[in-house]
Design a binder for this molecule. Structure first.
Ligand code: GLU
Length: 272
């Protein structure tokens, strides 16, 4: 009987150790190693942001500069047969998605900030954006200075833009919506006097409807990086190397020209 007890205790202990072992391997899994095993990198991308990541309703595919960069980086790291799996994120869901292990990396108009660097790894900057305003043509607002008390400015939850505008124009109120498609619709229906976010994103909206224009230049610096979970040093290094290679072999410049070359008012020399 005593032997049986010992055996049960031993099996119990063994399963606890095995479970602990599994938990550890998932939490500390090296995403580069895993990507090589599966021949796939799982990317968190926007699907609401024209020029960077937008769902094409006809083809059912997400398209944009961030998407092309994700595909090119995947091939640099895994070879020509490497697969880029795209998972939709918004400004608000991208960090919880990477923390929950749903995605390997975020390439989604994401600014490298000291606060975010506390919980995430970032690659080098691959796009230098800056915050601006989008208004209806003929609006009395030509820059942040024209925002008065009671003016409602539309922004997106989880973006740096909502904090920045509160500092740049504390007299204005901010209406926070959950994605950029909703933000632009809200501006068109008169729920606010402006949408505020990065210039590149706003130029995408203005390209879609030229009755809306980007005004006042930029009032912040928003360098975009690819975000990875804290401690994923191998994949961060691999992605930095891949970005350098794409800059060197001309792919990066080709993609910048493809997406931003024809945008009136947008200076592509400033973004690289
Ligand atoms: N680049 C800013 C950010 O990372 C605004 C764009 C966005 O919402 O993704 O928050």
């Amino acid at each position: 009987m005593k032997k049986l007890h010992n055996l049960i205790a031993f099996i119990g202990l063994l399963s606890v150790l095995l479970l602990a072992g599994c938990g550890k391997s998932i939490a500390s899994q090296d995403v580069l190693q895993h990507a090589k095993q599966t021949n796939t990198i799982v990317w968190g991308v926007k699907a609401d942001t024209r020029l960077f990541g937008l769902m094409n309703t006809k083809s059912g595919k997400i398209e944009g500069f961030d998407i092309d960069m994700a595909k090119a980086i995947t091939k640099q790291i895994l070879g020509p047969k490497g697969k880029a799996e795209l998972v939709q994120v918004t400004s608000d869901t991208r960090v919880p998605m990477i923390k929950g292990g749903n995605i390997d990396a975020i390439i989604a108009t994401m600014t490298i900030t000291p606060d975010r660097q506390k919980v995430l790894n970032f690659t080098q900057s691959y796009f230098a954006a800056g915050q601006s305003l989008l208004v209806k043509k003929g609006s009395r607002i030509h820059s942040v200075k024209d925002l008065k008390k009671g003016d409602k400015v539309i922004g997106v939850q989880g973006s740096t833009s909502v904090d920045n505008i509160q500092k740049a124009a504390p007299q204005a109120t901010v209406l926070q919506l959950s994605d950029y498609a909703q933000a632009f619709t809200a501006l068109k229906s008169g729920q606010g006097v402006a949408v505020t976010t990065d210039n590149g994103i706003l130029y995408g909206m203005s390209e879609q409807d030229p009755n809306y224009v980007v005004v006042g230049g930029t009032f912040t610096k928003e360098p975009y990086g690819i975000a990875l979970n804290k401690g994923q040093t191998n994949m961060t290094n691999a992605m930095n190397k891949a970005i350098n290679a794409l800059r060197k072999n001309g792919t990066y410049e080709k993609l910048i020209n493809k997406w931003f070359g024809d945008i009136p008012g947008f200076d592509i020399k400033e973004v690289e």
